[in-house]
Structure formats: structure tokens, C-alpha cells
Write a protein that binds this ligand. Structure first.
Ligand SMILES: NC(=O)c1ccc[n+]([C@@H]2O[C@H](COP(=O)([O-])OP(=O)(O)OC[C@H]3O[C@@H](n4cnc5c(N)ncnc54)[C@H](O)[C@@H]3O)[C@@H](O)[C@H]2O)c1
Length: 370
């Protein structure tokens, strides 16, 4: 069943409309690729940030991803649109992706660990306020397991007869290779309710991805498995980085070469060579926040040992950053100056880019300023 057939069965023959709330690193590229691969679908990406939407409508896109300009150029103005008129496009949409930011909470219960779902909740309330027709609401943001339950409550609290189906469709793209990852994903995961309506919604979204992703790479699961998979995938990736980094100090102490060790270990097909490059530690927007979120969920579920296990991945990462900075400082005879630290700063800026606000990175930058 393709997307058009799926839609016609459920409603009428007009163009399927997708609206994505959040024109960020995930929403922008993901929707551009959907528009390119599904010419029969109208895709509108909306955001409350006027500056961001203006940039998406200009020749200077707000983010740089190899290949993104080309994709946007091919569909913008045809079946891909960027708008700040959030309510209008939510009202008109059949499928609503929610791809808003879910940073770590900075205050209140779970501060420093739990995901801040303020943006998500306000998007859900707005959807509930403006919707007059049935909607498939897709969690694209990375959210704690069981979020769909809370979102369902918000949407159905005063649903005025509108039927909502919530799906979890986490995004696994990496910044820097987003377009390649979207064109050729290892897998697409869609979780839905195990009811006839839930499964029908899963099939509608599956039909969108099936326009270019081989069917055997589109996995369907229950909602909670899909939500938890995203956190688990990031935790496992970060775990590999911390695992190899934890051995760098031992290599330095013993004369072993971590590159040689990692190469030989990675030749084992059960282990694989990916994500085994020793480094200064992971940065970026997702690994730390998603592991902290996982830790918090474990604690909330009365699993302190499991929480402790994942906390260690972050501790090793912090330790690796400190070791790096200490070595830089030591190489300057422990008398760093702003001029001498310029190289380390440039490195950190490049590596941690837009994520200077992250707690771990602030600490690293503070150390680099010593
Ligand atoms: N960046 C990545 O590499 C990546 C990869 C996979 C998953 N994720 C997850 O995807 C989600 C989005 O990440 P991102 O990097 O795209 O975030 P982002 O900060 O780049 O973009 C989020 C956008 O949502 C907008 N927004 C917030 N509330 C809104 C509202 N109520 N209405 C309209 N717009 C609103 C913001 O203005 C912002 O432009 C997060 O949960 C993140 O964890 C990110």
C-alpha cells in the first residue's frame, strides 16, 4: 500500500499534507528528504523562530549539511514549504511530526538529568487546540519512554471528537552526514499502539518511508520499544566511545598503542571497527543529554544499579576531557596564556560547535581557559 492509497482509503483523494513542528537540525533535513522522495505529499515545516524560517526560505540555510542545499532547491516552493504560521498548517495536516528541542532540564524535579518536555507539551496543547480533523502525531524528537502516554492525555483531554494516533519515529541521523543518513538509513523505526487504528497509522507512515527505504529496513514495534530504542542506541554509541577512551590512559601507562589495540579489537566481526577511535570524548547535542535521561528514567523506575552503570559512561567522558586539557596545560609548562590556548579553543569550538551550553562542554572550556 503506498501513501496515496493509504490516505485515500482513510479519507479523500487530495494531496497528503505533512506538517513538521520544529525547523531544526532534524526537522529541516528530514522533511526536505521526505518532500524530495514523495512528490505527491505536501510538506510544511513550521517554527516559532522567524529568523530560522526566514533562513530556510533564503539561499543561506540555517544549518550546513552536505547535499542539503541541493535537496531544498529541488523541492522548495513545489511541495516543500517553510512557515511561521504554525496553527494554520497544523490545522490542515494529516500527519504532524513534532521535532522540537528536548534539552536536559535545568530546574525543578529531575534537573540536570531529565528531558525538558516543555516545548513538546506546548506543541501538543496547540495541536489539541487547533485540530478539527483526525491526525497522526509523530514523535520525532528524542523523548523519554512513555512520553506518548502523556501526549495522548493532552491531546484527548478535550479532543472534540478528533481522533489522534501517536507514533514514535525516532531519528538516528548524525549531524554532518544527515542527508546521506536520510537517503540510506540503516533502519527506520516506527512504533505505534497495538490497536487496529494504531496499526493503520503505522502503515500510513510506513508508506511514506517506503517511497525510498527498502521495506526490510523499516521496522515496526510497539510505542514504548520505539521510544526506548532511541535512548538505548545513543547510550550504546556513547558507551563504545567511553570504552575505548577508558583504555587510552592504560595504553599511555604501559606503552601499548590505543590505535593498534582498537584496530585489532575491531577486526572481530562481533565487535566491528565502528566508533572505536580513541578521542578527547564525545560532544554534540545528544549523547550526554540522552544518557542522563536514561539514567533518570532508571532511577524513577527504582533501578539504581542500572542508572549507575550508564552514569559511568559520562564519568569516563568527563575524565577524558579533563585528561586532554591537563595534557595541553602540562605541555605549556603549566603556564597557559590566552594566546597559547588558542589552538585548544579552536579545537573545542570546532568539535563542540553549537553546543557550548552543555554542562560537560562548559567545564571543558573552563579548563581550557585556565
Ligand atoms: N541534532 C541531532 O543530531 C539529532 C539527531 C537525532 C535526534 N535529535 C532529537 O531531535 C529533536 C530536535 O533536535 P534538533 O537538533 O532539530 O533541535 P533544534 O534546536 O535544532 O530545533 C528545534 C526547533 O524547534 C522549534 N520549536 C520549539 N518549540 C516549538 C513550538 N512550540 N512550535 C514551533 N517550533 C518550536 C525551535 O524554535 C527550534 O527551531 C531533539 O529531541 C533531539 O534530541 C537530534
Amino acid at each position: 500500500m503506498n501513501i496515496i492509497e493509504a490516505h485515500e482509503k482513510g479519507r479523500n483523494s487530495r494531496m497528503v499534507k505533512i506538517c513538521c513542528i520544529g525547523a531544526g537540525y532534524v526537522g529541516g533535513p528530514t522533511m526536505a528528504v521526505i518532500a524530495l522522495k514523495c512528490p505527491a505529499v505536501e510538506v510544511v515545516v513550521v517554527d516559532i523562530s522567524v529568523a530560522r524560517i526566514n533562513a530556510w526560505n533564503s539561499d543561506q540555510l540555517p544549518i550546513y549539511e552536505p547535499g542539503l542545499d541541493d535537496v531544498v532547491r529541488q523541492c522548495r516552493g513545489k511541495n516543500l514549504f517553510f512557515s511561521t504560521d504554525v496553527e494554520k498548517h497544523v490545522f490542515e495536516a494529516d500527519i504532524i511530526f513534532v521535532s522540537v528541542n528536548t534539552p536536559t532540564k535545568t530546574s525543578g524535579l529531575g534537573a540536570g538529568k531529565a528531558a525538558d518536555l516543555t516545548y513538546w507539551e506546548s506543541a501538543a496543547r496547540m495541536i489539541a487546540d487547533v485540530s478539527k480533523s483526525d491526525k497522526i502525531v509523530v514523535e520525532k524528537s528524542t523523548v523519554p519512554v512513555k512520553t506518548a502516554e502523556a501526549i495522548e492525555k493532552i491531546l484527548t483531554h478535550n479532543s472534540k471528537g478528533v481522533n489522534y494516533q501517536i507514533l514514535s519515529n525516532p531519528e538516528f541521523l548524525a549531524e554532518g552526514t544527515a542527508i546521506q543518513d536520510l537517503f540510506n538509513p540503516d533502519r527506520v523505526l516506527i512504533g505505534g499502539r497495538e490497536t487496529p487504528e494504531g496499526q493503520k497509522a503505522v502503515q500510513v507512515l510506513k508508506a511514506v518511508y517506503a517511497q525510498w527505504v527498502p521495506e526490510d529496513r523499516i521496522i515496526t514495534s510497539n510505542l514504548w520499544s520505539a521510544e526506548l530504542t532511541k535512548l538505548t542506541a545513543n547510550a550504546f554509541l556513547a558507551d563504545r566511545i567511553s570504552s575505548v577512551n577508558s583504555l587510552t590512559a592504560l595504553c599511555e601507562a604501559t606503552g601499548a598503542d590505543v590505535t593498534e589495540v582498537a584496530y585489532s579489537v575491531g577486526m572481530d566481526s562481533r565487535i566491528s571497527p565502528k566508533f572505536l577511535n580513541a578521542s578527547v570524548g564525545f560532544g554534540g547535542s545528544c549523547f550526554q543529554k540522552d544518557i542522563l535521561n536514561l539514567v533518570y528514567i532508571c532511577e524513577c523506575n527504582g533501578l539504581p544499579e542500572v542508572a549507575e552503570y550508564w552514569k559511568h559512561v559520562i564519568r569516563i567522558n568527563d575524565n577524558q576531557k579533563s585528561r586532554f586539557v591537563n595534557r595541553v596545560v602540562a605541555s605549556m609548562f603549566n603556564t597557559p596564556s590566552p594566546e597559547r590556548n588558542c589552538g585548544a579553543r579552536l579545537f573545542l569550538q570546532e568539535r563542540h560547535g553549537r553546543h557550548e551550553g552543555d554542562a560537560g562542554n562548559r567545564r571543558l572550556q573552563g579548563l581550557a581557559r585556565r
